[in-house]
Design a binder for this molecule. Structure first.
Ligand code: HEC
Length: 128
């Protein structure tokens, strides 16, 4: 039990995720369908824009999110915050957005590897 919780902590401690940002981008954009036993999951880009103009179809723009993610929750680094945002979208709500809009099924459908890839991609959105 102790060993298990230590292993979990290692991921939250801010060590860079092992993900592949290019694979994450393909998933984000829906260029590869993420197929699960429950059907395909909606691509992130259906709701999130990532361009500097801030345009975004339904959810908040993720432009610059790598910087914001590091400041959202005290003591939680950007990788852990981003992962939590995908697994548990209502844990922290972005200003002016309500709970229940972001798709909640990613936690039941994405593998650890897919999550790592998505987080690696989101970590590329730093404001220069
Ligand atoms: C059905 C629309 C929808 C889809 C699909 C969706 N999101 Fe979201 N997302 C939202 C909304 C709305 C919010 C703001 C409310 C909240 O914080 O839950 C949000 C919030 C976020 C945040 C927090 C941003 C911040 O500034 O703190 C991240 C990160 C995020 N989404 C990533 C993703 C990723 C990655 C995917 C794909 C795996 C995804 N979202 C799919 C609607 C969506």
């Amino acid at each position: 039990m102790v060993a298990a919780s230590l292993a979990l902590c290692a991921c939250a401690a801010g060590s860079p995720p092992a993900g592949d940002a290019v694979a994450g981008e393909r998933m984000f954009l829906g260029q590869v369908a993420v197929k699960t036993s429950r059907g395909d999951v909606p691509p992130c880009a259906r709701c999130h824009g990532t361009t500097p103009d801030g345009k975004s179809p339904l959810g908040p723009s993720l432009f610059g999110v790598a910087d914001r993610a590091a400041t959202r929750v005290r003591g939680q680094g950007a990788p852990a915050y981003l992962r939590e945002s995908i697994l548990n979208p209502d844990a922290v709500l972005v200003d002016n957005y309500q709970e229940g809009i972001m798709y909640r099924g990613y936690r039941d459908s994405l593998t650890d590897r897919q999550l790592d890839d998505l987080v690696a991609y989101l970590l590329t959105f730093k404001v220069p």
